[in-house]
Ligand binder design. Structure first.
Ligand code: PMP
Length: 408
């Protein structure tokens, strides 16, 4: 492991009796908290108070902590002076907020997570179908952006299905040539790679605390102020205004304009602690750790008959630690249930909130093993052995998919 994460020694019951140490391969869904994050939450939990609303000591500390977190996030992303940090609930919330502010069309690819697809397409569909190479996909995007002006290109930094990366700096340059701004959905990118807004030219970025080794409830939208300042407030309520009378309302500028309601100071402090902890790690070490483990996993799974990997682009050369696969003759939901019940291994199965992509790849479900800072080679070997045993021994088990398990 590269870092101590919560739940690293969790013991889970096995169907055949006994227990196993939980092997977490679901970092892409939600990552366990880093030790520094847990410590920060424990520090604040005893006396947190309302932000921006009280003169008492606890309220002042909470307010300082909330505003300091804004600076931490801006520093983490090397945001420019004309970019501001809006705290939201998660990536989905951030993208819906930005969708409510964009003064024009948005172009998206069909490879996106629903969170970076549905908020845009419900205002008109400008969906570009991805080709089987990145080069051809970029040509299609260029053609779309040249054919008709668009305000925004909304693109994922790293696919939540395959982990594959797009060249976002190049896409930012292309978008800007067409007079289009770029948003990067960094839900999967931010936990794994440094994002430098100024160096890359990214106008807007969104991500979630709970995928960045912090608990649930806080996310960010960081980006250029002008659209955020002029749009209608995302939510109307306390904190989003400068002055209200019975007949008139003067809204505050961004970020307060879009942060109505008592803010989630604990979630935001946790997210900021995660940013600091990640910034203190050496990026190359993190990338190499993950690359080593994902290669080990791929290599091991590849030797098992019937295992097929999902891949969007033939020419992609880089990915974060996500391995998505199917096994011929085995229903993904049942494999996931088997891995959990007999081996204490947690993976994700289904369509990963990316139905258009799964349809384009010609599969109606798959398994996804995702890695992070707490992943180990021993866990990877357990997963390979468990899949191998399953394929070798045939489908002897009869796990139903977990009852009531809603699997979008
Ligand atoms: N975008 C991507 C690429 C994701 O992987 C996810 C979460 N799976 C989201 C957006 C949505 O994140 P959240 O559920 O935290 O809003």
């Amino acid at each position: 492991t590269l870092a101590r994460v919560s739940g690293y020694d969790l013991q889970v019951p096995l169907v055949q009796g006994g227990t196993a140490t939980y092997a977490n391969f679901d970092y892409a869904a939600s990552a366990p908290a880093l030790e520094q994050v847990t410590n920060r939450v424990q520090e604040l939990l005893p006396f947190y108070a309302s932000v921006h609303r009280g003169a008492g000591y606890a309220s002042r500390v909470s307010t300082d902590c909330y505003e300091a977190a804004r600076n931490t996030v801006a520093r983490f992303l090397n945001a420019a002076d004309d970019q501001c940090v809006v705290f939201t609930r998660n990536t989905t919330d951030s993208l819906n907020l930005l969708a409510s502010c964009v003064p024009g069309d948005t172009v998206v690819l069909d490879t996106e997570h629903h969170a970076n697809f549905l908020p845009w397409v419900r205002n008109g569909r400008r969906v570009v179908r991805a080709a089987d190479t990145i080069e051809e996909t970029i040509q299609r995007l260029v053609a779309e952006l040249c054919a008709k002006p668009a305000a925004l290109l909304a693109i994922t930094g790293a696919s939540n299905v395959t982990g594959e990366l797009l060249p976002i700096e190049r896409l930012a340059w292309i978008a800007h040539q067409c007079g289009t701004r770029i948003l990067v959905d960094a839900a999967q990118l931010a936990p794994h790679r440094r994002i430098d807004l100024q160096a890359s030219g990214i106008d807007y970025v969104a991500f979630s605390g709970h995928k960045l080794y912090a608990p649930f409830g806080a996310g960010v939208l960081v980006g250029r102020r002008d659209w955020l300042d002029t749009a209608q407030p995302y939510l109307a309520g306390g904190g989003a205004v400068r002055e209200v009378s019975a007949t008139e309302t003067e809204w505050a500028p961004a970020p307060q304009r879009h942060e109505a309601g008592s803010p989630n100071v604990l979630g935001v402090a946790a997210l900021a602690a995660a940013c600091d902890a990640l910034a203190a790690l050496d990026e190359t070490t993190v990338t190499e750790h993950e690359l080593y483990l994902s290669h080990r996993l791929r290599y091991g799974l590849k030797t098992i008959p019937g295992v097929n990997f999902l891949r969007i682009w033939r020419d992609s050369t880089d990915a974060v630690g996500i391995v998505a696969f199917t096994i011929d003759g085995f229903e993904p939901g049942r494999v996931a249930a088997y891995l959990s019940a007999e081996h204490g291994i947690g993976v994700r199965d289904g369509r990963f909130c990316a139905h258009p992509l799964l349809a384009a790849l010609g599969v109606d479900g798959a398994l996804r093993a995702s890695l992070g800072l707490g992943s180990t080679a021993a866990d990877v070997d357990r997963l390979i052995d468990a899949v191998s045993a399953l394929v070798e021994n045939g489908p002897r088990w009869n796990y139903a998919r977990t009852e009531g398990h809603w699997n979008p």
